[in-house]
Design a protein around this ligand. Structure first.
Ligand SMILES: *Cc1c(COP(=O)(O)O)cnc(C)c1O
Length: 221
């Protein structure tokens, strides 16, 4: 048997997944009446320890919609220079949220609280407002590097100390859970918003779930 290792996105729905899709109980999602979508959103929110979840067609949409809700035009998002939102979202943060990204040079996609501190703008009438920071778990272009729990906590602490929103691109968060033995809930505890991809190694053809406070999810919808 051949194993295709080009990407974990080449995984395909198994027989059982196709059957579950075909037989899923459905309803009008606009009225919050699709029990299967609701269950997926609730399960994911619970897994990440957040109040609410929102099913979206892609992880890219999770990032971009989160930035849209979190930022005003001209705001600055801090991200590692290898971050997916920097390299693989078609300039989406600039196009959609009108936000700029200030990159930090972490080690294999993981940066420190000190590096975040160094990237923050001093409050000034002239400077863009540092609004949000992105932690990518695992760091895709860092070779799948796992952010240690301590680093996550330290980065979030500096972010919150300065009024920034801490957002996790958790496309492969569950890989980090397996590798570190630290639950998704614990890893996300200090994050304001976080999401999980269903298409990375899990076989689903589309989909990701964005999670956070209920008011945030309401606005994101
Ligand atoms: C794949 C990926 C995304 C985007 O997810 P899609 O579902 O493909 O849009 C975002 N961030 C990271 C780290 C990814 O690997």
């Amino acid at each position: 048997m051949l194993v295709d290792l080009r990407s974990d996105t080449v995984t395909r729905p198994a027989e059982a997944m196709r059957r579950a899709m075909a037989e899923a109980e459905v309803g009008d999602e606009q009225h919050g009446e699709d029990p299967t979508v609701r269950r997926l959103e609730e399960m994911t929110a619970d897994l990440l320890g957040k109040e609410a979840g929102l099913f979206l067609p892609s992880g890219t949409m999770c990032n971009e919609i989160a930035f849209l809700v979190h930022c005003r035009q001209g705001d600055e998002i801090i991200n590692d220079y290898t971050g997916h939102a920097v390299t693989n979202e078609g300039g989406g943060p600039a196009l959609l949220a009108g936000a700029m990204i200030r990159t930090v040079h972490g080690h294999n996609g993981v940066f420190t609280a000190e590096q975040l501190r160094g990237a923050l703008r001093p409050k000034s009438r002239y400077a863009p407002i540092s609004r949000a920071v992105v932690i990518e778990q695992t760091a895709n272009y860092g070779g799948g590097t796992v952010w240690p729990l301590r680093t996550i906590r330290e980065v979030c602490a500096v972010a919150h100390e300065h009024g920034l929103i801490a957002h996790m691109d958790g496309a492969r968060l569950m890989n980090a859970v397996v590798a570190s033995g630290v639950s998704a809930r614990e890893q996300c505890a200090t994050l304001d918003t976080a999401w999980l991809d269903m298409t990375k190694g899990l076989g689903a053809p589309i989909g990701a779930v964005l999670c956070g406070p209920a008011a945030f999810i309401e606005e994101a919808w």
